[in-house]
Write a protein that binds this ligand. Structure first.
Ligand SMILES: CC(C)(COP(=O)(O)OP(=O)(O)OC[C@H]1O[C@@H](n2cnc3c(N)ncnc32)[C@H](O)[C@@H]1OP(=O)(O)O)[C@@H](O)C(=O)NCCC(=O)NCCS
Length: 155
């Protein structure tokens, strides 16, 4: 298993994995996410690829890409409320359904932590949807803790 940054020719495969994550979000939060995987969402990967603040990570196993993550270097300036802060945000994260529970996600988190350390960034951050209990169990097993919540109420 090798975790590394994606090559341009691998973007179509990364989009296949992004579709799995999107389908999961559509099923879990249909009032928020658009069904299907429309061209605009596919093309958004090209914007990510061209964004100097973002990086696409992949996990290759037996010659196939079985996991991906999108990293975003965020530097927030000081505001009236908060101190300046810098972190590596994991914008997207997914493992092929056929490859789950085999340590792929864990290897990707280890790689991402090393990336952050090498760049002098001391903190990883991500947000996730509350319905996604499997992802929460994974992130907690990987060492993440919840530091903030979004609440809602139907009216
Ligand atoms: C969440 C996800 C990334 C985990 O990746 P993975 O490669 O399967 O995770 P790992 O095999 O490294 O799991 C490590 C540990 O995390 C925990 N874990 C992982 N998946 C779990 C699940 N479905 N239920 C409970 N615990 C889980 C376990 O403790 C596991 O160790 P174990 O297998 O020895 O019990 C993967 O299930 C996935 O892609 N899900 C769909 C997309 C998604 O939800 N992405 C996140 C969006 S925010």
């Amino acid at each position: 298993m090798a975790v590394r940054f994606a090559r341009e020719e691998e973007l179509p495969r990364v989009n296949e994995l992004r579709r799995q994550v999107n389908d999961l979000h559509v099923a879990g939060k249909p009032e928020v996410f658009k069904p299907g995987f429309p061209p605009a969402l596919q093309d958004y990967l090209r914007e990510i690829w061209n964004d100097p603040k973002k990086k696409i990570v992949v996990c290759e196993r037996d010659g196939a890409i079985c996991g991906y993550a999108v990293l975003h270097h965020v530097a927030k300036p000081e505001s009236p409320f908060s101190l300046a802060r810098e972190f590596l945000d994991i914008d997207e994260f997914g493992v092929d359904a056929a490859c789950r529970r085999q340590g792929v996600g864990t290897e990707m988190v280890a790689f991402i932590r090393d990336c952050a350390k090498q760049a002098g960034i001391r903190r990883l951050e991500l947000n996730m949807w509350e319905f996604n209990r499997d992802a929460l169990a994974f992130y907690e097993a990987a060492g993440f803790t919840t530091y903030r919540r979004y609440l809602e109420m139907p009216v």
